[in-house]
Design a protein around this ligand. Structure first.
Ligand code: CA
Length: 427
């Protein structure tokens, strides 16, 4: 699955690429703008964004139109072969010194750009494939029977809201909503007291399928254009009151944050693993969700970390506090390909630029929990911060940072960048 673009011996003449999240082996695409100038496509290399419009003369003429749009939908719709061809060309341009004079003027410092959601998101779906998260949350409601009977047979998901998907850095305005406190006779409306984050990966759909034409599991990975970090901000008090019988609604759709770079399947190739074996006694997936190739390489090999910084910590100059460390492979009961195959299995059409969340990725260890709901045991066990503060859920001024990276023997480490959000009081 790896090719010459994954060669660990490759280096770029852009020196900051070495030992960064964005070495020449990564080359994720994104949409950026500088000042008031229009949004455009770029690729991350070291501390810079390479402006693809600025190197239009150096890439295939046939690619230029789709790469000059303010969103990547048209480009991702063209499929992985074309994406891979661009990637190979970018490796040439960024590694061979003969192109340096032409390409270097088109680098813009990442600190000077604003990053945007890379696609016009037509549809956003959030799954629930983190089995330890599902178990931990289920235990809070059903201690003896945390997982519902369908969980190990069918990838669970719900349709989220596309309009409130935003890029990393978007302020998290504490939502107001209706809740019913456990000891209250009647519900009330007010600012959520239980704002939480959820550590997830996002899947960007590439080609997609026509209505009525399911994507077979064997082809599902060809429809994944790339991955990002995703924070499914959640208001737990609103959620507890509203979620039955139709599932998440206003507790989730006030904001979803994504990291801005689309990390391609080819960049992830050196890190892929077998899917973890299902525990003895678990049912085999039905044939439409079962694929030998996916079992062998459906694991993503992505490491995950969440940190928290409060206002008080910032003022005291304290380092961010680690809330969790884990890996996607240790969390995911269903693979990305199974998610895509299941979503389209009834004929539902996935479209270029659709966004799919994996669901909260918690491991089975206390260090790998992907939400405060789990870390604080539903608010019963507040965490202690280096500032002397405690937290059960997020307070105004709290900033949550999601990070992801991949490491493997014989490969150059790549990173996803960050997905950041700070909570603010409603205006
Ligand atoms: Ca979620």
């Amino acid at each position: 699955m790896t090719d010459e673009t994954n060669d660990p011996g490759l280096t770029s003449w852009c020196e900051s690429a070495q030992a960064s999240d964005f070495p020449i082996q990564n080359l994720p695409l994104g949409i950026f703008s500088v000042g008031e100038r229009r949004r455009r496509a770029g690729v991350a290399i070291g501390d810079y964004v390479l402006d693809l419009a600025g190197i239009a003369d150096l890439i295939d003429e046939d690619w230029r139109d789709d790469l000059s749009q303010p969103v990547l939908n048209g480009w991702l719709a063209r499929g992985l072969d074309v994406q891979d061809a661009l990637r190979a060309r970018l490796v040439e341009l960024l590694s061979d010194a003969k192109y340096r004079d032409d390409v270097e003027p088109q680098l813009v410092g990442q600190s000077e750009v604003r990053m945007h959601v890379p696609c016009l998101v037509g549809d956003y779906t959030d799954f629930y494939v983190g089995i330890h998260h599902a178990t931990n949350v289920g235990k809070q409601f059903r201690p003896d029977n945390p997982l519902l009977p369908n969980y190990k047979h069918v990838p669970i998901g719900y349709h989220g809201r596309a309009s409130s998907v935003r890029a990393s850095g978007e302020p998290v305005i504490r939502p107001w909503g209706q809740r019913k406190l456990p000891d209250a006779d009647a519900p009330e409306y007010g600012p959520s007291r239980r704002v939480d984050y959820e550590l997830e990966l996002g899947i960007w759909i590439g080609e997609g399928n026509e209505l009525g034409q399911p994507i077979p599991i064997s082809e599902a990975s060809r429809h994944i254009a790339g991955y990002c970090l995703l924070n499914d901000w959640s208001a737990r008090d609103l959620q507890a009151w509203e979620y039955q019988p139709l599932g998440p609604f206003l507790a989730k759709n006030f904001l979803t944050s994504v990291s801005p770079w689309v990390v391609s399947p080819q960049a992830l190739a050196p890190f892929r693993n077998a899917m973890p074996a299902r525990p003895a006694g678990d049912p085999e997936p039905l044939p439409y969700l079962s694929d030998a190739c996916d079992r062998e390489s459906g694991g993503l090999g992505i490491e995950l970390e969440v940190t928290l910084t409060t206002d008080k910590m910032r003022q005291a100059g304290l380092a961010p506090h680690a809330l969790s460390r884990g890996s996607a492979d240790a969390a995911m009961y269903w693979s990305a390909a199974q998610i895509v195959a299941h979503h389209s299995s009834n004929g539902c059409n996935l479209q270029p630029g659709d966004l799919i969340g994996t669901g909260t990725l918690s491991t089975d260890s206390a260090e790998g929990l992907g939400s405060l709901l789990e870390i604080s045991r539903g608010g019963k066990q507040p965490i202690h911060l280096p500032s002397g503060e405690t937290r059960s859920f997020l307070e105004d001024g709290d900033e949550v940072t999601l990070k992801a990276w991949c490491e493997a023997d014989g490969a150059v480490r790549i990173g996803f960048g960050e997905c950041v959000g700070r909570v603010f009081a409603p205006a």
